[in-house]
Design a protein around this ligand. Structure first.
Ligand code: ATP
Length: 434
């Protein structure tokens, strides 16, 4: 059965993959020297995908998908299987989320389209990166950055609550990701410990944008109940229209409580009791939780959304003063689009990074023509996949995937408070007065 599905698929895909290169098995002729150049890695791969029996068999049985060699299972979701895979050219490890399209009803399809569209706009060191999307008549494949360090829920369930420092480092990265998302009007709506992944180097990656939504401005009201009940804000249980940002903030409060205590703030054996607990805001922070962290939890878990801590207040809170980021707590520059490689005048994110990516693409055999031809396909192009993987690799080499550190002492809390607020827009009130 699987073989049949892939047979249809592989024939179709061959066409698009073969069209990426010249249809010759050897490289192009060097016109001046009049000799044939050896094939580039891209030419060799595309030739194998079209003509090599073993490679074609691997495509048919699902051991290969597009440019990726598929390996072991990582996990399951409601509609998905996630497998580990390697890019055949760059050799980078990725997570391949595989969805059976025949099992998706119209609502699941809408959510999936939103997940892809949100992920296409998100480029942040603490958000799982979407490299590429591949489609066949029966399946959809999301090629994602691989987070090999497990998820926060498992970590706490196996190792217990996080230490104060680890809690700060982890929470600051989640906060950085959510600040960035909200600044570009994306609301996650399903923040929970299971959706907070780690790289093997300990960097946080917020994942699973299946319930995310893009709003046109922060005051847009939403009306769909999304997410996991223990993390749901009171306004969701009250069946009211709600604002997006405070709902993510509430879920961050539940997450923070879980991280530093190893227990959930709202627990009940029935949904009715849980609903009552959340609506009443009935929870108790254990007295041994450090004061600054207690104050943050209490500032976030406020039943009335307008009284709840805003993101800016969380960024400047006492508990996070000692966290030193390799990048700013406010959003870093987004990952540059493929277009910036084609248009040097536009000035990409980092000229050195772009140079490195361009030269790696050239070494693999990608020409400017490939980049131009694949431009309109966005994530649905193997060229975009390679480009994003190489770009991400270059950015990681420059430290974008390093977790923050906590400094031992904060000598002057007032000055440090100012440092934490530096660059944030809410300081502009002072400017108006002067
Ligand atoms: P549901 O769809 O029911 O909400 P889910 O969100 O866990 O479930 P998936 O996002 O498909 O479903 O994830 C399934 C499993 O794969 C999870 O255990 C998750 O930790 C793991 N996983 C998902 N994305 C990655 C990734 N980028 N790197 C490593 N593991 C991942």
């Amino acid at each position: 059965m699987i073989g049949e599905q892939y047979q249809v698929t592989s024939t179709r895909r061959h066409h698009s993959l073969c069209s990426l290169t010249d249809n010759s098995e050897v490289g192009p002729e060097d016109e001046e020297a009049g000799v044939l150049l050896p094939p580039t890695p891209l030419q060799k791969l595309t030739t194998d995908l079209c003509k090599d029996n073993k490679t074609i068999k691997d495509l048919i049985i699902g051991r290969r998908v597009g440019f990726y060699k598929v390996r072991g299972e990582i996990g399951y979701g409601t509609f998905s299987r996630v497998k580990m895979a390697f890019h055949a050219l760059t050799k980078d490890k990725v997570a391949l989320k595989i969805l059976d399209r025949t099992r998706l009803d119209s609502q699941a399809q809408r959510l999936l389209a939103k997940e892809i569209s949100s992920m296409e706009s998100l480029h942040h060191p603490n958000v799982v990166c979407l490299y590429e999307v591949m489609e066949t008549p029966s399946r959809l494949f999301l090629v994602l950055e691989y987070a090999g360090g497990g998820d926060l829920h498992n970590r706490i369930c196996t190792e217990g609550k996080l230490s104060d420092n680890t809690g700060k480092i982890t929470f600051a990265q989640i906060l950085s990701a959510i600040t960035y998302m909200h600044n570009i009007n994306i609301i996650h709506r399903d923040l929970k410990a299971e959706n907070v992944l780690f790289t093997t180097g300990g960097c946080v990656k917020v994942a699973d944008f299946g319930f995310s939504t893009q709003i046109s401005n922060q005051s847009d009201s939403l009306d769909t109940f999304c997410g996991s009940p223990p993390y749901a804000a009171p306004e969701l249980f009250r069946d009211e229209c709600y604002l997006g940002p405070p709902v993510d903030v509430w879920a961050m409060g539940v997450l923070l409580f879980f991280m530093v205590t190893g227990t959930m703030p709202f627990r009940a054996d029935t949904m009715g009791k849980l609903r009552r607990c959340v609506i009443e805001g009935a929870y108790t922070v254990p007295p041994w939780v450090p004061g600054p962290c207690q104050r943050l939890i209490k500032g976030i878990l406020k039943v009335v959304p307008t009284e709840r801590c805003a993101i800016d207040q969380m960024l400047g809170c006492d508990w996070l003063l000692s966290v030193e980021f390799p990048w700013s707590l406010v959003p870093p520059e987004p990952m540059s689009p493929l277009q910036s490689l084609l248009d040097s005048e536009r000035g990409g994110v980092d000229v050195e990074v772009e140079k490195e990516v361009r030269s790696s693409l050239e070494e693999l055999g990608f020409t400017t023509e490939h980049l131009h031809n694949n431009q309109p396909k966005h994530s649905r192009s193997p060229v975009t996949g390679v480009y994003r993987i190489l770009l991400h690799r270059a950015q990681k080499r420059r430290g974008c995937d390093c977790p923050p550190v906590v400094r031992g002492m904060v000598k002057d809390p007032k000055r440090e408070g100012l440092r934490a607020y530096r660059g944030l827009r809410h300081t502009s009130k002072l400017c108006v007065l002067s």
